[in-house]
Design a protein around this ligand. Structure first.
Ligand code: PEP
Ligand code: MN
Length: 338
C-alpha cells in the first residue's frame, strides 16, 4: 500500500502518519519525492484498514499495490532511482559502462586491462576475487589478495570497483573493498546473502538468476531494499533456454519490462548473456537500444590465457570499438556517455 501525502506536507506530519502506521503493526517507509512525499507500507498480511489512515492530517490518497514487490515497484516510487557510486551515477541520463576481467588474476593483468578500459571511457572496473565456479577444480579466485589488487586499480586509475560476494561469511570483507557488491546469478535467491547485502552499506548489483522470472528478480531486490538499502542495480545476464548456439539467452525484453515496473536501474551483461566473444558487440548495441542504464562487459588483454570465461572476453581493441558504438547508439536513444 502507498500513502500519498498532500503537496507541501511538513516532515512532522509525515512522521506522525508513519507513527500511526507503525502502531497498526506495519512498517512505514517514507519516500520524499520532488513533488510530494509518499509513504510505502509493508508488513501487512491482509488488506489494511485504509480508512483509519485516510483520515489522518496531510494524507491525500491511498494506492493499493497489487504486485508482490512493493519497495522496488514504480507505483511505490515513480521517479527513476539513481544509484550514486562515489560520483558515478547509474540510472540517470548517463549510460555507465563497467568493464574488466572475469577474475582478478594478477596485478599486472588488472593494470593492463584497467589502463585500456579507463582510456576508452569505462567508469567502473569489474573483476571477481571470489568466483562461483561450476567445478570445484576450476580457479576459485584470489580472495582478499584479489580485493587488494582491485583497491590498487581504484587508486591508480580512478575507476570504481564492482566485485562479487559469494557468501555471507566473506560479504563484510568484499563490502570493505568494493564500491558495488555484486550478487551473482547463482545467488539471486540466497536470501540470507540478500538480507546481509541489504545491511552492508554499499550499492548492490543484483544479477538475474539463470532461470529466474522477472517477478523473482524483483522480489530478490525487495529483500535488499527491505533491509534499508535502496541502492540496488539490477542486471540482465541471460537465462537458460533450449537455444544452444549461445551460453545463455540474453533476454532483452527484460529491460523495458523492468524499467516500466520498477524504478531501479537495470544494466545488461552481454558477456555472460552470450558466452561468445563475437556476439558481445551486437548484443551490446541491442542492449543500449532497448534502454539499458549500463553495460557490464568482460575484457581481457590476453583472452586466450584467461583463467575464467576467456571465450566471452573481448580484447581491449574490441572494447574500443564497443565504446565507440555505445556512444553513437546512446545518442540516438537520448542517453549520453562521457
Ligand atoms: C561474473 O560476473 O563473472 C559472474 C560469475 O556472473 P553471473 O553470476 O552472471 O554468472
Ligand atoms: Mn565471468
Amino acid at each position: 500500500m502507498l500513502v500519498v501525502m498532500e503537496r507541501g506536507a511538513s516532515p512532522e506530519l509525515v512522521e506522525r502518519v508513519c507513527k500511526e502506521i507503525e502502531k497498526m503493526g506495519l512498517i512505514a517507509h517514507s519516500m520524499p519525492g520532488a513533488q510530494r512525499t509518499a509513504i510505502g507500507v509493508t508488513g501487512n498480511k491482509a488488506q489494511v484498514d485504509s480508512d483509519r489512515i485516510l483520515t489522518l492530517d496531510g494524507v491525500r490518497d491511498i494506492i493499493h499495490v497489487t504486485q508482490p514487490y512493493k519497495l522496488v515497484n514504480r507505483e511505490f516510487y515513480p521517479e527513476d532511482t539513481i544509484v550514486d557510486v562515489g560520483g558515478v551515477k547509474v540510472g540517470g541520463p548517463e549510460l555507465v559502462v563497467m568493464a574488466g576481467p572475469c577474475s582478478v588474476e594478477t596485478k599486472e593483468q588488472c593494470f593492463a586491462i584497467a589502463e585500456r578500459v579507463s582510456q576508452a571511457g569505462a567508469k567502473i572496473f569489474r573483476g571477481g576475487a571470489f568466483k562461483p565456479r561450476t567445478s570445484p577444480y576450476s580457479f576459485q579466485g584470489l580472495g582478499e589478495d584479489g580485493l587488494k589488487i582491485l583497491a590498487e586499480v581504484r587508486d591508480r586509475f580512478g575507476l570504481k570497483i564492482v566485485t562479487e560476494s559469494i557468501d555471507t561469511e566473506t560479504l563484510p570483507l568484499v563490502a570493505k573493498y568494493a564500491d558495488i557488491v555484486q550478487i551473482g546469478a547463482r545467488n539471486m535467491q540466497n536470501f540470507s546473502l540478500l538480507k546481509k547485502a541489504g545491511k552492508a552499506g554499499k550499492p548492490v548489483l543484483l544479477k538475474r538468476g539463470i532461470s529466474a522470472t522477472l517477478e523473482e528478480l524483483l522480489m530478490a531486490a525487495e529483500y535488499i531494499m527491505a533491509e534499508g538499502n535502496h541502492d540496488v542495480i539490477l542486471c540482465e545476464r541471460g537465462v537458460r533456454t533450449f537455444a544452444d548456439h549461445t551460453r545463455n539467452t540474453l533476454d532483452l525484453s527484460a529491460i523495458p519490462f523492468v524499467k516500466r515496473n520498477s524504478h531501479l536501474p537495470i544494466i545488461a551483461d552481454p558477456s555472460h548473456g552470450t558466452g561468445r566473444r563475437e556476439k558481445v558487440l551486437p548484443l551490446t548495441r541491442a542492449s543500449v537500444a532497448v534502454g539499458s542504464d549500463g553495460i557490464m562487459v568482460e575484457v581481457h588483454h590476453q583472452p586466450e590465457k584467461a583463467l575464467s570465461d576467456g571465450a566471452q572476453s573481448i580484447s581491449p581493441d574490441m572494447f574500443d570499438q564497443l565504446m565507440a558504438e555505445v556512444r553513437s547508439i546512446s545518442a540516438v536513444v537520448g542517453r549520453k556517455v562521457t
